[in-house]
Design a protein around this ligand. Structure first.
Ligand code: ASC
Length: 150
C-alpha cells in the first residue's frame, strides 16, 4: 500500500507539473480519465460510508487504507476538465466551465473534507470517522447537484 501510494504520488507530482492540455491526447481520453478517478474514489468512499453507517464492522486499518485512496483520487479529476471535454460521454454540466471559480471552490471544499476524513481515519476510532464522513459526503453531493446532470 505504501509503495503503491508513493508511486502514485510520484506520478501525480509529474502530472501536476505538466499543463493540463498535454496530459491527454484526445478530449475523450480526459473524460474517461476523470470518470475513472471519480469511480475509484466512489468505490473507496463507499466502503468508508459502510463503516461509518454501521453496515459493515469498523476496521481501523481498512478505513485508513480506503481514506488514503480517496485522498489520492480526489486530486486527479480536475486536470481532466480542459477545453473540448464538455461534450461527449459525460454528465458534466456547462456550469463547470461557465462558473469555473464556483466549480473550483466546490472541488477545493471536497478535497478539504477528504483531508479531514483522513485525519479521522488516522485517529483509528469509529466516532471520529462518523463525524468526518457526513460533511465529506455532503461536499460530494453539493458538487453533483450543481455541476452534474442526473
Ligand atoms: C458516495 C458516492 C458519492 C457520494 C455522494 C454523497 O458514496 O459514490 O458520490 O457518496 O453520493 O451524497
Amino acid at each position: 500500500m505504501k509503495q503503491t501510494l508513493s508511486t502514485i504520488a510520484t506520478l501525480l507530482a509529474i502530472a501536476c507539473a505538466m499543463p493540463a492540455q498535454a496530459q491527454f491526447a484526445k478530449p475523450e481520453d480526459a473524460i474517461k480519465y476523470r470518470k475513472a478517478s471519480f469511480n475509484v474514489m466512489a468505490a473507496h468512499f463507499g466502503r468508508l460510508g459502510a463503516m461509518a453507517n454501521g453496515r459493515v464492522p469498523y476496521d481501523a486499518k481498512a478505513a485508513l487504507d480506503n481514506a488514503e485512496v480517496v485522498a489520492v483520487m480526489a486530486k486527479l479529476p480536475w486536470a481532466a476538465f480542459g477545453e473540448g471535454t464538455d461534450k461527449g460521454d459525460t454528465r458534466a454540466k456547462p456550469e463547470i466551465w461557465k462558473e469555473s471559480a464556483k466549480y473550483k471552490d466546490a472541488a477545493d471544499k471536497m478535497q478539504a473534507e477528504i483531508v479531514k476524513l483522513n485525519t479521522a481515519a488516522k485517529a483509528g476510532n469509529i466516532d471520529a470517522l462518523k463525524v468526518a464522513f457526513g460533511p465529506a459526503a455532503a461536499s460530494c453531493k453539493a458538487c453533483h447537484d450543481a455541476f452534474r446532470k442526473d
